[in-house]
Each structure stands twice: as structure tokens, then as C-alpha cells.
Design a binder for this molecule. Structure first.
Ligand code: ATP
Ligand code: MG
Length: 900
């Protein structure tokens, strides 16, 4: 049965049982604690946590999931992918344990001819949490299986919680016995409480049913938590691995051989000339290639671009691992242009954006491969250097530090280092390398922990939301309103009052303040009350539905029992609206100029300023930047109407609205903002002008790179834009005044001036040199006679190193032929003293060395130097003893030739 049919049957089964079919959300989680959606329940979390009322009692979905912690298992186990699809059914206070077990069992055991999966009942083993007698009884009742077939596992496997106080509950995993080829024999009745590792591939977990029934008051670890009582509304959350069921129904050894993944392996076989299924190490590489190509394609499809942290880093790692695995399989050409289209063709029928957005997706992926190929090249050079050093010092082991540096700095994977070392007959201190890696991991973990702590007190906010319900949010309707304080916090905890000068957090029943989101900064303004005033510093929505103002008391003392008047600074808001609408205009202009593959990857706007990051691999030309600015200006002049509406995500997509990050399924509709009808349509919650002309102006001030594959365009709007232009006009006015010319002639004038300046500098240089050398004939003829040696020891103030050298060489050439001669010139310019000594053949024949002379006088000049016997150079910083140094030269020569 192909995967599409398994997917279809799942949804049909649950739809027939009264479940609302909900489309998959993006893989990018709209949740500060999650990088990616890793389970089908994630988009429904607000319902499970009671933060929002679900619009249905039962739902079903097939959700795109990313699990980066499983990356190391890919290809090594038969059942872990970094991207997979999770089929789920959810009950919000509706059916519970019995219903969930019945529905699941029915689907998997029903004959294929009747719409089920037809799995052999004799090979299925339900598992329950140790001692969950209720579940054991239900499984026996529903399936007719004896107690001995039910596996009891500990909380590590079979208890679910979110790691924080809140809902939790026991699970039931459904396991399928794949037979003796995949692991040793076992006795289900005595298995557990831990699942032996060697049985995990044999007893394949295909489905996990979570019975959300407990209210947890503390969670210390997966197996250590306190149950305070049972939940008033019990929920069901299940997840069935689509890919795992496909592997069973398609009779494959592992998940990478199913219809949605294997075609990439087949293509990789062609490219590498190797055959899958012969060598274990190679097979793992084939699986990694197929898995990672698919995951990275899906991530790019959802808007991720490669980067050095967060989601971007995960993507980078996936792409690079795929490329590298192909290399280890023997293919050194560009591989993604050959592999990724194969994955697109099998995944595209379910996710059509892979076709429609292919140009952009492929561009991002291929550019990253090219960048990585360069990295590999640089890394290879560093490696060769290191290997050369090891060998020339007689060693045979590359140190752990070297391997780590290659990995950390050049992104050079250890297995590549190992392989290349082996080729050169070297070993690698792997243990040292792993030690350093472990240290780094520890640092990363500590970092992650400290970040988690920052979200630690969302519990406080959740409590407020539970108590008071969502904030009435009036940002689109009004700039000021009366409102009632609901809570006052200081340092994350409730406080009865805030004194003058203090900073705290204030929650109101209603507010006109825009909370930072979608790239738009929070509103500024004031909150006044009888006898006092607060300045609003920041406004955030730490959890959905709750608006929190960070305030400073500028007057009086805030007592939350009194009414307040909240007022957004109207000037600020006008600026914010201009900047946000300006961002949409620039985005649309960008796509008009560069084409639809230029897609925003991030944005930020505050009154007067905006910036837009977008996926693009080359720098824009000045002409392109000008075009973008011009298209924007035309859109302002056309006075396009700005409008917004709420609609379902489906409608929004049909409308061509550009959906950016973090889009998740939501029962409330999405907000689409359009400028000039279809010209610009984006999913957006920001505040906007009513007509494009109100933006005032859009002045593009820069275009720069922000990491691999991303560019940033910056612009000024409204008054800020005009102010910028006015400043430029001032500069031009000053210049035309100074140069006594017209603006249009300014560039020509400056060009002419710089050319003349350059010519004058050259001329000056020539004159200086001529003067310097002009002195050399005189210096040569005035040489002192020290015994048989002609000695010139001269001070050249104002001469720098190269002049001094040139002079010394020139003087030496002018000394009488056939007689020993020594020249020492000491120059002094710009705080530096330079000394050059030169000797001729006859002088050297008498044992006089230029190098020696420089070494002797160097210390007097506060420096050192040396060189060869014929010419030597040195320098220092002390000019006070130059004369002394010169006198020393003659004495030194006299001593050397025996005349002292
Ligand atoms: P395992 O112990 O096998 O890693 P899990 O306990 O992490 O699985 P759950 O979190 O319960 O799995 O997820 C629900 C279902 O999703 C699993 O029963 C399985 O079918 C599927 N699943 C989980 N992880 C993966 C993965 N990395 N690749 C493919 N399917 C997966
Ligand atoms: Mg897992």
C-alpha cells in the first residue's frame, strides 16, 4: 500500500468517526520552547492547555514533523527519520481511553479490503504504563488479547508530560513484532519496565496513545513527578508514524526504503556507482542522504534558510551531512541538483508548494552546497598542512585539538578527517577530539538551560490568563482607553504597588498598545492615573492572548486597585504604521524587481526605519537597489488603498497571500493585509496606514549581506526619510560652496581634484627622492678615511626606511672602486628611526659585515636589526642617540680593521 493511501485511509477513518480534518501546520513551531513542530499535538497545544477553546471536540491531522535529536539514529536504526509525518487523532474532553483504543485497533487490524491496514493481530503487542490496570482491562476487552500479550513499560517509555507542571498522563504504545530477523525472542509478559535496546527494531513502535488525565503539580524528571489530581477535562492525543506503518505495509526492512524516500537512494546509487544493500557503512550513508535531502527540502519550503544558529543551523547541518555522505560514497560532484528534484517529485503531490516554490527552494539548497564545497576545499588545505607537520616532526597522530579545530572552525566533519588521515597513513586522536566535543556540548547545554530559564515564569502569565481571560486588545481600533489593572508584577512575582522610579509589569483588562510581534516594535506611550503617570517601556505577549506592559513609574505611586487611562503616543504610532506598511511595499517591490523567488526571511520595523532580510545569494547591483526604491516610490504615489481582512489560512493561500514564518493552524482566522489589492498581500498582524501615500517616502539606505544566502535591505520612511535626504542635500550644499561649483558638476570636480592631488603627490615624491640622491655624490666624496677604509656615516632626518636604503645603496655605488668602503645611513621620520648599512666586496674581504654593524648600533636606537654581510637593515624608536650611533660606526670599523 503506498504511503498516500495509508495517509488517506487514516484521515477517512477518523473523519467517519466524527473528527474534523485539520491540515498540517508549518514545521516551524509558534512556540518559544520549540524550534520545530515535533508531534501532531503541537498546533493543538493551546486547546490541551486550556488557553483556548477548541472549535471541535474531535480532530485528526497528518502533521509534518522534524525531530533533530534523532539525527544520529538515521540509517543506524530502521525507524528514525529527521522529517516524518505523524498521523494523529485528538479528543478535547470528548472520548477517552476506551474510544482511543477502539479507534486505533479498528484501523490497524481491519482488513485492507475494508479500508483498514490489515495488520496481523497475532503480531501486535499493546503496551501500557506499569500498573495502569484500567488500560490493561480496556485492551483485553477491545482486542480480546490475553494479559500475557500486554507489555508493561515504565514511565520513561509510557508516561507523557510537558516537563513542567500542567497536564500529563499514561500512554499506550502499539508495538508490532517484525520477527527474528530484527531481534531476539522475548516474552511479552515479563518484558519491561524498560524496553531492551536490542528489541526496539523488532518490536516496532508504530502508534502512541496518550491519555491526558493527570494534573501535575511538579515534574522533576521523566519518571519523577507529582500528580495533584485528575484533570476536569480529559483529553486524547495520539501519534502514528506514517513512515513506520508504510515500512510494514510495503514489506521493507527500514523506513528509508519506502516509496517516499527510496527514490533518492536509487538516484544516489547511480551517482556514486555503489549499490545499496551490500556494505553496512555505505547503507547508513545512503539512508542519511535520502533522509536529509527530504528534511532540508521541507524546511526550506517552510521558509528556513541556512544559518549559524537555531533553525538555520539545523538546516545547514542536514544539507552538509547529505553532501558529505555522498562524498564518502565516492561522489564529489554537486549532488543536490540531481537528488533534490527526486525527493520533490515524490513529496510534491502532498505538499504542492514544493512545485510552486521550487525555484526559491532549489536556489537556497544549491547555494548552500556550493558554499560547503568551498569550505571543504579550504578545510582540505588546512588538513594537508596539519598532516604535513605531523609527518615532518616524525609523528603519526593528528592531535584532538587539530581535529576539533577543523571541525569547529572549518565545519570539517570528523569522519572526513578520519578518512583523509587514514589515506595519509596517519591516526587521529579521536578520544581527545571527542573530549573537546563533549566540552562544547556541555557549554551548549548550559546555554540552552539558561535560555529555558528565561521562559521559566510563563507559568505566572498562564495563571493570569486562566484567572482573567485574554486581554481585550484594541490596537487596531483606538489609541487610548480607560482600563482596569488586573495584575502588577515585579521581578516575575505579584506586587501590591510600584513606587516612583520603579519598573514593573502591568496587565490591563484592555489596552490600545501594540505588543511587539511580526517584526514591529512595541508602541510607546503613557498610562496615567489619578495622582501619577507611567511610561510604557515595552509591550509583549509572553503567551498567546495576554498583553503585558513593562512600565516605569515617572510620577506618584501605582496602586493597581485604581482605574487608569492608557494612551499610545500618536506620533509614535504614525511612524510605526508608516514603517510597517513601508516594509510590505519594499517587499512587494523587491519581488517585482528580483522575481517571486526573493522571499522575506525576517523583518524589523520601528518608527522611521525598516529592514527586510530575504533569501538571495548574490549582492544586488546599484541599479537593482535603485529600481526597488523607484517601484516603492511609485506605489506611494499611486496612493494604493491599504485594507485588511480575516480569513481562513486556506482562503489566504488562494488569495496569494505570502505566508511567512511561524504559521500554524488556528481556529481564529488569519489576518491578511493588502496594499493595492493583489499587488501586496501578506499574513500580518501589524498596524498599517490607510493609503500608501501616507507612508510619506521610502528611502533605501543600504543593501548588505547577513550570512550565507541572505541579504538585508534597509530603508527610512516618513519624516526620517525626508530628514535623511535633507542631510544629504546639506552635504551637497556645503561641497558646492567649498568648490564653487554646481551640484551637477560636483562629481566631475571632485574627480578632477583627486586626480590632480595624486599627480602632485607623485611629483613631490620624485622631487624628494632626487634631492635625497643628489646628496649622495657629495656624501661619497666626503667619506672619512678610517685606516684603509672609506666610511660614510650619515644622518638623514626626514627619510623613512626605503629612502634610507636607497640612499645607502646609491652612496655605496659611488665610493671609489677597488677600495674597501662602508656606508651607514640613519634616517628619522614619523617617530621611527631606520638604519641601513652597506659594505662593498673589499670591505667584506677585510671582515667588515653590514649585519654586524647594524647589530652594534641597533641598541643605541632603541631597537634591533641585522641582516647579511653586504646589506643590513634595522630600526628603533629612539632618535636621541643617532649621532652617538654614527660615531660608533667609525670606531667599530677602526677596531675591526685593526686601526683602533
Ligand atoms: P521511538 O522511541 O521509536 O523513538 P518515540 O517514543 O520518540 O519513538 P513518540 O514521541 O511517541 O515516539 O511519537 C509518536 C509516533 O511517531 C511513534 O510511535 C512513531 O511511530 C513516530 N515517530 C517518532 N519518532 C519518529 C522518527 N524519528 N521518525 C519516524 N517516525 C517517528
Ligand atoms: Mg524518539
Amino acid at each position: 500500500m503506498d504511503t498516500a493511501e495509508i495517509r488517506r485511509r487514516f484521515l477517512a477513518h477518523f473523519e467517519a468517526a466524527g473528527h474534523a480534518v485539520v491540515p498540517s501546520a508549518s514545521t516551524l513551531a509558534d512556540d518559544p520552547n520549540l524550534l520545530f513542530v515535533n508531534a501532531g499535538m503541537v498546533p493543538f497545544k493551546p486547546y490541551f492547555l486550556g488557553q483556548e477553546t477548541p472549535p471541535f471536540d474531535r480532530a485528526t491531522s497528518v502533521q509534518k514533523c522534524i525531530r533533530t535529536p534523532d539525527i544520529e539514529d538515521v540509517g543506524k536504526t530502521t525507524r528514525h527519520a529527521t522529517f516524518f509525518e505523524m498521523c494523529g487523532n485528538f479528543s478535547f474532553g470528548d472520548y477517552f481511553k476506551e474510544g482511543a483504543i477502539e479507534l486505533a485497533w479498528d484501523l490497524i487490524t481491519k482488513p485492507v479490503a475494508d479500508g483498514g491496514y490489515g495488520l496481523d493481530k497475532d503480531r501486535l503487542y499493546p503496551s501500557v504504563l506499569v500498573g495502569d490496570q484500567e488500560a490493561i482491562d480496556l485492551w483485553m476487552k477491545v482486542t480480546g488479547l490475553p494479559k500475557e500479550r500486554i507489555v508493561q513499560l515504565g514511565p520513561k517509555e509510557n508516561y507523557w508530560s510537558m516537563g513542567v507542571p500542567g497536564p500529563g498522563g499514561p500512554c499506550s504504545e502499539i508495538l508490532f513484532d517484525r520477527g527474528p530477523d530484527f531481534g531476539p525472542d522475548f516474552d511479552a509478559a515479563t518484558l519491561g519496565p524498560d524496553m531492551p535496546v536490542e528489541l526496539e527494531d523488532r518490536l516496532l513502535e508504530i502508534w502512541n496513545l496518550v491519555f491526558m488525565q493527570d494534573d501535575l503539580s511538579a515534574v522533576r524528571s521523566k519518571s519523577d513527578f507529582d500528580v495533584a489530581g485528575s484533570l476536569p477535562k480529559k483529553n486524547i492525543d495520539t501519534g502514528m508514524g506514517l513512515d513506520r506503518v508504510a515500512l510494514l505495509l510495503q514489506g521493507k526492512k527500514n523506513m528509508y526504503e519506502i516509496d517516499l524516500v527510496h527514490p533518492v537512494i536509487a538516484r544516489a546509487e547511480q551517482l556514486t556507482g555503489k549499490t545499496y544493500g551490500i556494505d553496512r557503512e555505505d547503507d547508513i550513508r545512503f539512508c542519511v542522504v535520502a533522509d536529509h535531502v527530504r528534511s532540508s527540502m521541507m524546511l526550506i519550503g517552510d521558509g528556513v534558510t541556512p544559518g549559524n544558529d537555531g533553525r538555520g543551523y539545523v538546516l545547514r547541518r542536514l544539507l552538509r551531512r547529505a553532501v558529505r555522505s555522498m562524498r564518502l560514497l565516492g561522489c564529489e560532484d554537486r549532488v543536490l541538483p540531481a537528488l533534490m528534484p527526486v525527493s520533490r517529485d515524490v513529496m510534491g503531490p502532498t505538499y504542492p508548494n514544493l512545485f510552486t516554490d521550487w525555484e526559491r527552494i532549489s536556489q537556497v539548497a544549491f547555494a548552500e552546497e556550493d558554499a560547503f564545497r568551498k569550505t571543504l576545499q579550504a578545510g582540505t588545505q588546512i588538513f594537508d598542512l596539519a598532516a604535513g607537520e605531523v609527518k615532518s616532526s616524525g609523528g603519526s597522530t593528528l592531535s584532538g585539538e587539530r581535529a576539533f579545530a577543523l571541525h569547529d572552525t572549518y565545519g570539517f566533519p570528523i569522519d572526513l578527517t578520519l578518512e583523509m588521515a587514514a589515506e595519509q597513513g596517519l591516526q587521529v586522536d579521536e578520544q581527545g577530539f571527542r573530549g573537546l566535543m563533549a566540552e562544547q556540548r556541555e557549554r551548549a547545554k548550559a546555554d540552552a538551560r539558561s535560555k529555558k530559564g528565561a521562559h521559566g515564569d510563563t507559568a505566572v502569565y498562564r495563571g493570569l490568563l486562566d484567572e482573567f481571560g485574554p486581554t481585550e486588545w484594541l490596537a487596531y481600533e483606538t489609541l487610548e482607553t480607560e482600563s482596569r489593572p488586573l495584575a502588577l508584577l515585579s521581578g516575575g512575582a505579584a506586587t501590591p504597588r510600584l513606587a516612583e522610579g520603579e519598573i514593573g509589569e502591568l496587565v490591563l483588562d484592555r489596552t490600545p498598545f501594540y505588543a511587539e510581534s511580526g517584526g514591529q516594535v512595541a508602541d510607546a506611550g503613557t498610562i496615567v492615573f489619578d495622582g501619577g503617570r507611567l511610561e510604557v517601556i515595552d509591550v509583549q505577549r509572553p503567551i498567546k492572548g495576554l498583553v503585558v506592559h513593562q512600565v516605569r513609574v515617572t510620577e506618584g505611586e501605582l496602586d493597581p486597585s485604581r482605574e487608569v487611562h492608557a494612551r499610545v503616543d500618536p506620533e509614535w504610532r504614525i511612524g510605526a504604521r508608516q514603517a510597517h506598511s513601508g516594509t510590505h511595499v519594499v517587499h512587494a517591490a523587491l519581488r517585482e524587481v528580483l522575481g517571486p523567488t526573493a522571499l522575506q526571511s525576517g523583518s524589523y520595523n520601528r518608527p522611521g526605519y525598516l529592514r527586510l532580510d530575504f533569501g538571495w545569494t548574490q549582492a544586488l547591483s546599484p541599479q537593482q537597489v535603485r529600481d526597488i526604491e523607484q517601484v516603492s516610490q511609485q506605489a506611494l504615489r499611486a496612493d494604493l488603498a491599504v485594507a485588511w481582512d480575516y480569513m481562513t489560512l486556506e482562503q489566504a493561500k488562494e488569495w496569494g497571500a505570502i505566508a511567512l514564518f511561524g504559521e500554524t493552524y488556528d481556529n481564529t482566522k488569519v489576518r491578511v493585509v493588502e496594499i493595492g489589492g493583489p499587488w501586496s498581500r501578506e499574513l500580518c498582524g501589524g498596524t498599517h496606514v490607510d493609503h500608501s501615500s501616507q507612508i510619506g517616502t521610502v528611502v533605501v539606505t543600504g543593501e548588505t549581506s547577513v550570512g550565507s544566502g541572505n541579504r538585508r535591505i534597509e530603508a527610512l520612511t516618513g519624516l526620517e526619510g525626508f530628514a535623511y535626504l535633507a542631510r544629504e542635500r546639506d552635504v551637497v550644499a556645503q561641497l558646492t560652496g567649498l568648490l564653487k561649483t554646481q551640484p551637477d558638476d560636483l562629481v566631475g570636480r571632485v574627480q578632477g581634484l583627486t586626480e590632480r592631488l595624486r599627480a602632485a603627490e607623485k611629483e613631490l615624491e620624485r622631487a624628494r627622492l632626487a634631492q635625497l640622491l643628489g646628496a649622495s655624490a657629495q656624501l661619497a666624496s666626503g667619506a672619512a678615511q678610517v685606516g684603509p677604509v672609506k666610511v660614510v656615516a650619515h644622518r638623514a632626518d626626514g627619510a623613512g626606511g626605503s629612502d634610507v636604503r636607497q640612499l645607502a645603496m646609491d652612496v655605496r655605488g659611488r665610493l671609489p672602486q677597488g677600495e674597501p668602503g662602508v656606508v651607514v645611513i640613519i634616517g628619522h621620520a614619523e617617530g621611527k628611526v631606520s638604519v641601513v648599512a652597506a659594505t662593498n666586496d673589499e670591505a667584506r674581504a677585510r671582515g667588515l659585515s653590514a649585519g654586524e654593524l647594524v647589530r652594534v648600533v641597533g641598541p643605541l636606537l632603541g631597537g634591533k636589526g641585522g641582516g647579511k654581510d653586504d646589506v643590513a637593515q634595522g630600526g628603533g624608536t629612539d632618535a636621541s642617540r643617532i649621532d652617538e650611533a654614527l660615531a660608533l660606526v667609525s670606531r667599530e670599523v677602526a677596531t675591526r680593521v685593526g686601526q683602533g
